[in-house]
Every structure is written in C-alpha cells, then in structure tokens.
Design a protein. Structure first.
Lengths: 292, 368
C-alpha cells in the first residue's frame, strides 16, 4: 500500500512537471505553429542556470532568488532564440522552422557542455531533502512543492489565456492566423513574448524537478519527449486536455515502471509516446484541420 | 531546320511551325542541354548516370593519389559510409518529406544484424550479412511506417525519435543478439569469395563499389515516377491522392528504402571497424546526419555526399576548438537554413548556371 501511495504521489508530481513542459511548447505552438525541438534543452539550461545562480561558482544566492534569476534568464534566452532562429524564417515552410529549432537545440546543448562539462550536477531545493508521511508512505516534500507550484503556474497561464489581450491574441492566432493578422494582431511581438514565456515554463519545470535527481545533458530531452506524449494524448490543442494527459502519463509511467517493467522503466516514456502517436491519430487529424 | 529527332507531330498542317528551335550558327552538332530539356522530361534531361560515372572515376583515380596518411584514408572510408546513410536519409526526408530521427538506429540495427549473421554462419557470410542487414532494416522501418502512417510531420519525427530511444535500450538489454552492454566487438572483416579486406586501403575500393551501386540506384530513382509520386505526396497529399497516387504506400516504400541504406552503412562500418556499440550511433551522429543532408543540400542526392565530406573533414580543421564542436555544428546548421536553404549543391548549381550563361552570352556576342 505505501509503495502504491509513494508511486502515486511521484506520478502526480511527475505529471505536474510534464504539464509545465507540455504547456510551454503548446503555448508556442498555438501562437506560431512551431513545435520547438529546443524545448527540452531549455529545460536543461534552466536547471543549469539555477545551479550556477545558487552555488559558489556563480552568484551564490539563496535558492529562491537564484531560481528567480534562472527564470528571468530563461525568458531572455527564449527571446534570443526567437530573434535568431525563428524571426528570419517566419515566412518559410514550417519544416524550416523545425530544423532551425533543432539547430538551436544543438547549439544550447553544445553551450551547456562547454560551460558545465559532462559531470552531472545537483540542484538544491528550498525544502531540502525533508520527507513527510502521507498515508504511511514517506514522500519527499519537494514532490508536494512541485504539485503546488505547478498548479499555481498552470492556473495563472490559463487565466492569462482567458482574461488578457495577449491570451486573446494567441487564441485568435491559433484559431485562424490569417484573419487574426488582418484584425491587427501583432504576430511579431506575440511570437517574441510567447517564445520567452515558453522558455520560462521550461526553466520552471527544470528547477522544480532537478532537486529530485541529478542534472546532465540529456535531462531535459527525456522530459520533452515524455511531454510530447502527454500533449498528443491530450489532443495537442486544449490546455486542460494537456494537463489531464500529463497526469495520466505521469501516473502510468510511475506505476507501470514501478511494478512491471522495472528493467525498461527508462524506456517507458518513449514506448508510451510511440503508442499514443500510433493509436490516437484522431487528435492529430483534428489538429491538422485547425492549423491548415 | 534542325537535325534533332523532334517527336512526330500528329497533324503537320495544324501545328504551327516551331520558330524557337532554329539553331544558331555556333550550336554544336549534338543536342545542347537546353534543347534536351525541351524535348524530354526535365528529370531525364540531367545527365545523372554520366555524373555518377564521372564522380566514381574521379574518386577511383584521385583518392589513391591524394590520400597518404592513414587518418585520411580512414576518414575517406567513413565519408563513403556516411554518404550512403545520408542518401537514404535524403530519400525519406528530401523526397518523401518524412522527417525521421531514426537513421542512426537503422545503422546500429544493420551493424548488429550483419555481425550476428557472420557470427552464426561463419566469416564467409559477409555478403549474406549485408543483405540480411538491409532486409531487416527495411522490414523494421516498413512496420514502423505502417504503424504510424497517419502521423504527420512533427508527430512522425517525434515517433521515430522514440523508436531510436527504445532501440538503444533494447540493444543494451538483448545481450545475446548484440553483446555485453550492447557492444559487439571482434566482428569479422569483410570477406568476399575467400578474399579478406582488412586494411583501410583495401576496404576503400570495396566501399567505392558499394557506393557506385547506391548512386546508380539513386540516379535510377531520380529518373523514376516513384520520385515524382513521393514529391507529390510530400507537397500536396490531397491532390496526389486524387490523382491516384497511394501516398501512404509511397511514403512507406521510401522510408523503408532509405532505412535499408542506413542498415547497409551500419553493416559496412561494423565489418570495417570490427566494433558496433550504441555509442557509435549516438544522438550526435543523428544530428550529424541532419547537418550533412542540409549542409549539402536537401534537394539532390549529391547533397548528402558533399555534406558528409564536410562533416567528416570539419573536425580536422577545428582541432583547437574541439570542445566547441557541437556549438559550431548547431550554428552552422542554423546558418545553412537561414542563408542557403538549398545547401552547397544549390550554391554549386547557381555558380554553374551563371558560368554557362556567361559562356553562352560570349558565344552569341562573338557570332553576332
């Protein structure tokens, strides 16, 4: 029973992080039509910047201000990527943009490797390694923090989408980008903002999950692929659907990996992703109609 | 008027006299490139087989003259193997528009399969091993393509990315097929009808022969209706389907064919170097293949050949920046996308057509 509780809590926490990652690239996809392959490396970069900001090789700040620095830096990184890799080729076929984000991903990867080396790093958390007892199982406090912060962030994002003019513009672009542009929606500025916002979400996901494991160069990549699965499962367009999809994937991965396929636990996200894409083309078809 | 064999016109009287075909005084006795283009479909007007022949001859003659060090010979062989994998990648991504991230997985699969065959049936089974590698990769790729046939662009890319990750894990775990921790070592060197090819200089001619076969197949594909159907399915699937092209079948076939070239390249590398591990076909190489194809040019089968040469040669020029290699590759890919979307082949073609039009203008001027 306590194993079940522990696995469920980690499943929910993992799902919460996944939903942050997935929402990050979904916001971008909705406003620009680009699936950003650099998103995973942005997650990694956010975690590394947080490590740099909170340890004595860098700024040596306390954890929470250090995290804020990392998130601000990630926002700027997002804008930089938009300026360098997206703005010049906005009018080209979408596939060029995919390759450009891939190029950005490689560059970020290379930059991290040159800056931090290949040694895994660890990030400190404001709650340390404390655990609490939930229904007889020991649960790391960090997991509860993850769930709380992610919930706040997701609600904030949904409010921004529903209540502000930025949100209205992004929704208009997602529904019909040509008409939206004719109505005066400023695509250039929105692209910059959403690239920044998306990178910020990537960074947030990175700093939240990093204290639970160690950070290496592939840290964010695996998360991104799993989040792809969650987003596809959630239909790839609705924010609520993505949150549900993320929680589902998080739970399935932790429970299946914990009970049955322990040898292949690391492969689970990829298997899920493949299965989701193979058996649920429904979401994909509706997406095609909405974008083209 | 003209000594070209103009296709017979059904109704001579009704057809207007072709005025544009009058040949200028300076024209040679053979049909020029431009005249060819007006008489034959553009795909056939290019001298594909001739180009392959010229390229292979140049390779055969020049490389033994130019290459002196062992390192250069190694790199040349590697270039040939990567070119083959790259041409396969061009078939699936350039022609069929299926952006795949699993060419390195196919290379690994081909390498393991071929190594397994020679281990089980003896060193003489090299050719059999290569065939098994190509068939196995084609079958696996075909199955994958059928399963995710409805996935478009990004989703297909992501699904194949997942395949690669799963594959690496499976290779590491199935030690009876691969080896301890997914490392197969001591693979027998290529042996064809009792002759063993051991040293890099002996391997080279064999690789050139394989490359020739691949290039001839590539040229045949360039001239075939399959290429047109693949491009139609890529650019406008609705219209292609309405015109009777089975887009799914075309894309599955192109993906399987391209993957089998990946398997071929993997088998070649395995038997040549004697070792296959999941590390030899890592994420970096996956990116590298993208770089080769895009740097060389995504619109032609020569793109990956030129791009692979760059990819193999580049680290030699960057020895002092070794730790920044990945950054350089990434920025290079970005620059290629932004500044020369047709790659180096595009630059060469532009220079060629500028040169020929200059020559023509000079000739016309001197005869005017």
């Amino acid at each position: 029973m306590d194993k079940f509780v522990a696995l469920t809590v980690s499943g929910v926490a993992f799902g919460a992080v996944l939903s942050l990652v997935a929402l990050g690239f979904l916001v971008l996809y909705k406003s620009t039509g680009v699936v950003n392959f650099a998103h995973g490396d942005q997650v990694t970069l956010g975690a590394y910047i947080a490590v740099w900001a909170t340890t004595d090789v860098g700024l040596d700040l306390p954890t929470i201000p250090g995290y804020v620095v990392a998130l601000a830096a990630m926002f700027l990184v997002g804008i930089l990527i938009e300026r360098l890799a997206y703005a010049p080729i906005r009018r080209r076929p979408p596939f060029s943009a995919v390759i450009a984000t891939l190029a950005a991903a490689i560059t970020i990867r290379g930059a991290i490797a040159a800056w931090q080396g290949s040694e895994p790093k660890s990030l400190e958390s404001p709650v340390g390694n404390n655990t609490v007892n939930v229904l007889g199982a020991n649960v790391a406090q960090q997991r509860l923090v993850i769930v709380a912060v992610a919930a706040v962030a997701v609600i904030a994002l949904i409010l921004v989408f529903q209540r502000t003019s930025l949100g209205r513009s992004v929704r208009a672009l997602a529904a019909d980008s040509e008409t939206a542009q004719l109505q005066g929606v400023r695509t250039g500025r929105i692209a910059m903002l959403t690239f920044g916002l998306s990178a910020l979400f990537a960074g947030l996901a990175g700093v939240l999950i990093a204290p639970l494991s160690s950070i290496d160069i592939n840290f964010g990549f695996t998360l991104m692929v799993t989040a792809f699965a969650a987003a596809v499962l959630g239909g790839f367009t609705s924010l609520g659907g993505v949150v549900v999809g993320s929680l589902l994937i998080g739970l399935v991965q932790q429970l299946l990996g914990g009970y049955f396929f322990t040898d292949y636990a690391a492969t689970m996200p990829f298997v899920l992703l493949f299965i989701v894409i193979a058996v649920r083309p429904g979401g994909i078809v509706s997406l095609q109609r909405s974008r083209v | 008027m003209t000594d070209l064999d103009v296709p017979p016109v059904a109704d001579e009287a009704a057809a207007p006299e072709p005025t544009g075909t009058a040949r200028p005084a300076w024209a040679p006795w053979w049909p020029t490139r431009r005249e060819h283009a007006t008489l034959r479909p553009p795909a056939l007007a290019r001298h594909q087989y001739l180009t392959v022949f010229a390229f292979i001859t140049a390779l055969w003659v020049l490389v033994p003259q130019v290459i002196t060090s062992r390192q250069d010979q190694f790199n040349t062989n590697l270039w040939i193997a990567y070119s083959i994998a790259g041409i396969g990648f061009y078939w699936m991504i350039g022609l069929a528009g299926r952006a795949a991230f699993c060419q390195t997985f196919m290379m690994a699969l081909g390498g393991y399969a071929s190594a397994w065959v020679t281990r089980s049936w003896g060193d003489d089974a090299f050719l059999l091993g290569v065939v098994v590698a190509m068939v196995a990769t084609a079958v696996v790729a075909g199955l994958i393509a059928v399963v995710v046939r409805k996935a478009q662009l990004f989703f297909f890319a992501i699904a194949t990315m997942a395949v690669t990750q799963i594959g690496i894990e499976v290779f590491t775990q199935t030690e009876s097929f691969t080896g301890p921790n997914g490392v197969t070592s001591g693979i027998s060197p290529p042996r064809i009808f009792g002759t063993e090819y051991l040293r890099d200089t002996e391997i080279f001619p064999m690789f050139v022969v394989i490359l020739t076969m691949v290039l001839v197949a590539g040229a045949a594909l360039e001239r075939s209706p399959l290429r047109r159907e693949a491009i139609a399915s890529r650019d406008n699937p609705l219209v292609a389907r309405a015109s009777g092209v089975s887009t799914v079948r075309v894309q599955v076939v192109m993906f399987a064919a391209g993957s089998s070239l990946g398997g071929l390249a993997g088998a070649m590398i395995g038997h040549w170097t004697g070792v296959i591990s999941t590390n030899s076909f890592s994420f970096d190489l996956a990116i590298g293949i993208f770089l080769m194809v895009y740097l060389g040019g995504i619109g032609s089968m020569w793109g990956p050949v030129i791009g692979a040469a760059f990819y193999v040669a580049l680290p030699n020029f960057l020895t002092s920046f070794e730790q920044y290699n990945t950054i350089i590759y990434g920025s290079l890919l970005l620059v290629v996308i932004l500044a020369m979307p047709k790659g180096l082949v595009g630059v060469i073609e532009k220079a060629w057509s500028a040169g020929t039009s200059l020559v023509r203008r000079n000739r016309e001027a001197s005869h005017a």
